[in-house]
Design a protein around this ligand. Structure first.
Ligand code: SAH
Ligand code: SF4
Ligand code: F3S
Length: 453
């Protein structure tokens, strides 16, 4: 038996792909390893979105090279593979920078891994695969069947045709592609048979989903959600990440109709200034975005909003940045991610001569994050005293404690809940922190009260 260690960086689509690779390699004799030291093969599933993310890969490869050399001295061979978006973006360059790497494989070619491993095992060369093959990787990869707990990711869409001027994703993941509905439903049913209660549908532009429906016509994400709502055993649905331009009327209506569609929406806007939004090629204005949020909240008044922001895009003035702060104040986010603009090789914005100095980016990021953190704390504090349904997922740090998620995706922990892992239980929220909530099980509070009476 051989051992496989996969280290995953970046977005949830990489998390999903890593699980697929593990399932693909199990039949050829690779069992999971806990660390790189005990592994015969290591895969780094990488992210290229910002410079820091990409550079991390090379420092990790340096460490792995030492392990590989030590193993070679003991007479064992370790195969080192780089997968994911750095593999796609940098290809051969990775092997030039770190010759200890045996395999470089882009996100659309994982089905080729067994063949690449076989070739490496026979010889000493390198294997490189960064084409966008005509065959669909989902047809060739094993379905996601063994979830680790009551929640699972399910990739339904991949790639991006939007070409925001700062972003590498259209180059690393290729054109927008949606999986057929039949394949998605089969995978969802399999997951729910193995006790999954909550599914998060994944896509770089998940709401641009237009996969082949059961009737042969393209189906929207809304139509897919209604079909998934009937899968036996499934209680909760989420989807991520959405683009404002693809937020169709039927999807908004689905939030009104489907109780099991959770009231949390990640809808990145990136900036609040129309000048910057245009330079980013986002295809919408700040007012368009705000109108959209009004419509969403009309359909689902308790919708918790989340987003992504970039500060210091080339040419961003103080006034532009103030517009971002103003937009954030108008929306009121439950949670959000914010980043300093990072110039990415080959993207149009990287070539602009109006780059913003690092210290200005730092200062803006601090101000934006202070505002977003305050909003997140307010959102959490407003939960105190309320009863929410929590799907418990994992044991907590303390004996008997368990951690789960509220409908609004907040982590909630409760004492004495460990027996409820995998179930949805009512919890009364007693305390709010910035990143989590503490609550008590409602039935437990009731029986304690009965005892006291
Ligand atoms: N498809 C999603 C986001 C994918 S990338 C969408 O369109 O919203 C995740 C986030 O990383 C982006 O929303 C953006 O905020 C950030 N990001 C992407 N490229 C970046 C760059 N060059 N510098 C800084 N942040 C970036
Ligand atoms: Fe990147 Fe824009 Fe596509 Fe999102 S929509 S993945 S930010 S290019
Ligand atoms: Fe990173 Fe690629 Fe995801 S660049 S964010 S791993 S799509």
């Amino acid at each position: 038996m051989k051992r496989l260690f996969i280290k995953t960086y970046g977005c949830q689509m990489n998390v999903y792909d890593s699980a697929r690779m593990a399932e693909l390699l199990a039949p050829i004799g690779y069992a999971p390893a806990e660390t790189a030291d005990e592994a015969d093969m290591v895969i780094l599933n990488t992210c290229h979105i910002r410079e820091k993310a990409a550079e991390k890969v090379y420092s990790e490869l340096g460490k792995l090279k030492q392990i590989k050399t030590a193993k070679a001295q003991e007479g064992t061979r370790m195969i080192l593979a780089v997968a994911g978006c750095v593999a796609q973006a940098e290809g051969q360059e990775i092997i030039s920078r770190q010759p200890a790497v045996d395999i470089v494989v882009g996100p659309q070619s994982y089905q080729r891994l067994p063949e690449m491993i076989a070739k490496i095992s026979r010889g000493t060369g390198h294997e490189l695969e960064t084409d966008f093959p005509a065959e669909d990787k989902f047809d060739s990869l094993p379905a996601h069947k063994s979830a680790e707990g009551p929640t699972a990711f399910l990739t339904v869409q991949e790639g991006c045709d939007k070409f925001c001027t700062f972003c590498v994703v259209p180059y690393t993941r290729g054109a927008e592609f949606s999986r057929p509905v039949e394949q998605i439903l089969a995978e969802a049913k399999g997951l729910c048979d193995s006790d999954v209660r909550e599914l998060t549908l994944l896509g770089q532009n998940v709401n641009a989903f237009n996969g082949k429906g059961l009737d042969g016509e393209p189906w929207s994400l809304a139509k897919l959600l209604y079909a998934l709502a009937d899968v036996p055993g499934l209680d909760r649905l989420r989807y991520v990440t959405s683009h404002p331009r693809d937020m169709g009327e039927d999807l908004i209506t689905a939030h009104k109709d489907l109780e099991m569609l959770m009231p949390y929406l990640h809808l990145p806007v990136q900036a609040g200034s129309d000048r910057i939004l245009q330079a980013m090629n986002r295809g919408h204005t700040a007012a368009d975005y705000l109108r959209l949020i009004d419509r969403i909240r009309a359909a689902r008044p308790d919708m918790a909003m989340s987003g992504d922001f970039i500060v210091g895009f080339p040419g961003e003035s103080d006034k532009d940045f103030e517009d971002t702060l103003a937009l954030v104040k108008t929306v009121g986010y439950a949670q959000a991610y914010s980043f300093k603009y990072s110039p990415r090789p080959g993207t149009p914005a990287a070539a602009l001569t109006t780059q913003v100095p690092e210290e200005v980016k730092d200062e803006r990021l601090q101000r934006l994050q202070a505002l977003l953190t305050a909003q997140q704390t307010d959102f959490n504090v407003a939960m105190v005293g309320r009863t929410v349904k929590v799907l418990f997922e994992n044991p907590g740090r303390k004996e008997g404690q368990a951690i789960g998620r509220s409908p609004y995706l907040q982590p909630v922990f409760a004492e004495g809940a460990v027996g409820h892992i995998g179930k949805i239980v009512e919890v009364r929220i007693e305390e709010a922190m910035t990143n989590s909530l503490r609550g008590v099980l409602v039935h437990q509070a009731q029986s304690e009260k009965a005892l006291a009476d």
